[in-house]
Design a protein around this ligand. Structure first.
Ligand SMILES: [Zn+2]
Length: 282
């Protein structure tokens, strides 16, 4: 299941009056994050550790506290390996390299908020420059009052079971020969369950039943919230849409193809299924 007990990040928008000495600095560039190599650990740099290498300024966005310390983030144009101690690490490698999956999600949250900040500099109603709202995380237009909150786009992801087999599909956008669960964005006017049914019908042509909630996970690339479900196969033959999904099949737990890592809810769910199957067969 999805573990929520190790919550290290506490979101906040109200900027402390002064930047604390031990505050973290999340510097992102594209799909990379800057990390600091200590003797025995790779971790987020402290602002004080970056002062000689990166311009730290009041424009950095405060996003709350991580592991007890204030967290500030900003985008940099380009991250090079600046010193022996400063490393530019791909976001997808953060968990493996630091052993801290919370840090991967924190970098994602910074990515989500920085993306929202940079795409809402002007009012969508009147075109005036927006300002940060002082009493909540929002942008407000001083001219017409239009208020814009960080957008969160809901999406469903579903593990479909056919007796002891799981449905896994290859999406044409996957870089490697990876197989995962069926996912898609919720349409306006749709319930989550309707979204699950529609996405599965559209992408692989089958009908499902007994849709049950499993858990949720933010997927801030740039702004999704994944809501995970399980469902049972009801009827139909697998027929891929060839638009998003290029291949899909039923797989046994002991013969899985390459699957996503445990940073994603898909990776967690497929392993949950595999572990349950292994327990049952022992
Ligand atoms: Zn406006």
């Amino acid at each position: 299941m999805i573990n929520s007990s190790e919550v290290k990040y506490i979101p906040a928008f109200l900027r402390p009056e002064e930047i604390e000495n031990d505050a973290w600095a999340l510097i992102l560039s594209g799909k990379q994050l800057l990390l600091w190599q200590t003797e025995n650990q790779l971790r987020i740099p402290k602002i004080k550790e970056l002062k000689d290498n990166i311009s730290i300024n009041e424009d950095m966005m405060y996003i709350g506290r991580y592991d007890g310390f204030a967290c500030y983030c900003k985008k940099a144009d380009e991250l090079q390996t600046l010193t022996e101690k400063l490393k530019a690490v791909e976001l997808r490698d953060i968990t493996a390299k630091t052993g801290d999956s919370g840090l991967f999600m924190l970098a994602g949250t910074a990515n989500h908020l920085l993306h929202w900040n940079s795409t809402n500099q002007y009012c969508g109603c009147c075109g005036n420059k927006t300002a940060d709202k002082i009493d909540e995380r929002a942008k407000v237009c001083p001219k017409c009052g239009n208020t814009v909150y960080p957008r969160i786009s809901p999406a469903t992801i579903t593990a479909v079971f056919n007796k002891d087999q799981i449905l896994l599909a290859h999406n044409k956008n996957f870089k490697r020969n990876l197989y995962s669960l069926i996912a898609g964005y919720v349409e306006p006017g749709e319930t989550l369950e309707q979204c699950v049914e529609r996405e599965i019908r559209e992408e692989v042509g089958i009908k499902v039943k007994n849709i049950k909630y499993f858990g949720s996970q933010p997927w801030p690339f740039p702004d999704s919230l994944m809501m995970a479900f399980t469902a049972e196969y009801e009827s139909g033959q697998i027929e891929v849409d060839d638009f998003e999904i290029t291949d899909a099949s039923w797989y046994h737990a002991d013969n899985l193809p390459e699957i996503p890592n445990t940073d994603s809810v898909a990776g967690k769910m497929i392993r949950w299924y595999r572990d349950q199957f292994n327990e049952m067969s022992n």
